[in-house]
Write a protein that binds this ligand. Structure first.
Ligand code: ADP
Length: 173
């Protein structure tokens, strides 16, 4: 493993001063609730404009789960927003590979952009109902496995509980 620095932050990802922040988007890329809504609200209309352009050109069918794509970041401190689509939790089907792929694909996109730092939310653990313990473990393992991409990786957790769960996962892995 190369020298990736993983850190945990309790807070709002829209305020994170990283080169790129990752959005847990939905496959339409046209906005939603949760962190997606917060990023579009804080970043202003240019992010949605970029997303619509992608939908009209290279992503006519939307962005599939596990994939990632970058736009500009409007008024945010970050330079780029990397949109990724987490899988919806399923009680009957193992979709872990898709969730891991959100992290590795986002890091690949960040690396291609030349981002030195990237901030992630806890993808899929909100409306998509992924249990945060499992989501945290998958997130940290995926980032640690990656041998390209930004060396400064931050997980920005929106609740004390999510922060504590990620802290435990970092200690255990
Ligand atoms: P998903 O549909 O992928 O589950 P959500 O936005 O519903 O996406 O939730 C993903 C995670 O992002 C949840 O843990 C939620 O608490 C968290 N979250 C919501 N708003 C923010 C924010 N402004 N900054 C960081 N994390 C956030």
């Amino acid at each position: 493993m190369r020298n990736t620095r993983i850190s945990l932050v309790l807070g709002d990802i829209t305020e994170e001063d990283a080169d790129a922040i990752v959005n847990a988007a939905n496959s339409t890329l046209l906005g939603g609730g949760g962190v997606d809504g917060a990023i579009h609200r804080a970043g202003g209309p240019s992010i949605l404009r970029d997303c619509k352009q992608l939908r009209a050109s290279t992503l006519k069918d939307g962005l599939p789960a596990g994939s990632a794509v970058a736009t500009t970041a409007g008024n945010l401190a970050a330079r780029w927003v990397i949109h990724t689509v987490g899988p919806v939790w399923s009680d009957t089907e193992d979709r872990s590979r898709l969730l891991s792929s959100c992290y590795t694909e986002s890091l690949r996109v960040a690396d291609a952009l030349g981002a030195a730092s990237v901030a992630f939310p806890a993808i899929s653990t909100g409306v998509y109902r992924w249990p945060v313990e499992d989501g945290a473990r998958l997130a940290i393992e995926a980032v640690r496995r990656c041998d390209s991409g930004p060396i400064d990786v931050r997980f920005v957790l929106f609740s004390q509980r999510a922060y504590d769960v990620f802290s435990n996962a970092v200690r255990e892995i």
